[in-house]
Design a protein around this ligand. Structure first.
Ligand SMILES: [Zn+2]
Length: 208
């Protein structure tokens, strides 16, 4: 408001000078006026640069955290529905340093653990199986969808295809899901629910 008064005063003073100086000052005021318009922050994490700002990364060595964030950015680009699910379903990513312990998810607490076991699988550093595990654990944090082992394995198959996971890993996780009685029509239904929930959260500003 103070700025606005200053502007009005400035405009008033301008009238006192000649026409030439008035047009020059009007241009200045126009520029000042433009600066007064503060853009509203976007409630949609997909429209922001970088990663969702509320996530915490706990216990990660620097290189592992960097790789994990790279994969999350890839998920943001290639699997926006799943990325938004991660934004609303996860608060903390924990590093599991024990190579004998698997990755895990605990949705009531919005926590996910990502393990060295998957990270270094096949002699890789944060390769295909690690990305697949991330897709899998994200689905576990969707309590209104198919958050069980069957749904999580199918999610890894569905989204894994979009991020270029090798076919043998896709077949493996799809096979796991099928063996637990999951199928395409269950997934289609789950996907509709996930998309509707994402939109509801954006509308209600819950990603803030
Ligand atoms: Zn699981």
């Amino acid at each position: 408001m103070k700025k606005l008064i200053t502007l009005l005063v400035l405009l008033g003073i301008t009238t006192a000078f000649g026409a030439q100086s008035q047009s020059r000052n009007n241009r200045i005021c126009l520029r000042l006026g433009q600066q007064l318009v503060v853009p509203k922050p976007s409630l949609n994490p997909l429209e922001r640069e970088g990663l969702y700002s509320k996530w915490k990364f706990i216990g990660f060595p620097a290189d592992k955290e960097k790789r994990t964030k790279e994969i999350l950015l890839k998920i943001k680009e290639k699997c926006p529905t799943h990325y938004l699910l991660a934004c609303r379903g996860i608060r903390e990513f924990h590093w599991v340093s024990n190579p004998n312990s698997p990755s895990w998810a605990y949705w009531p607490d919005k926590r996910v653990g990502l393990s060295m076991r998957e990270y270094s699988w096949g002699g890789q550093s944060g390769g295909s199986l690690y990305a697949l595990a991330m897709l899998h654990e994200i689905q576990h944090c969707c309590p209104k969808g198919n958050e069980g082992e069957d749904g999580a394995s199918w999610a890894a198959f569905y989204y894994g295809k979009k991020i270029g996971t090798p076919p043998f890993l896709l077949n493996w996780t799809r096979g796991l899901s099928l063996s637990m009685g999951y199928n395409q029509s269950k997934w289609d239904k789950q996907l509709r629910i996930a998309k509707a929930l994402n939109q509801k959260y954006i509308r209600e500003g819950k990603y803030e």
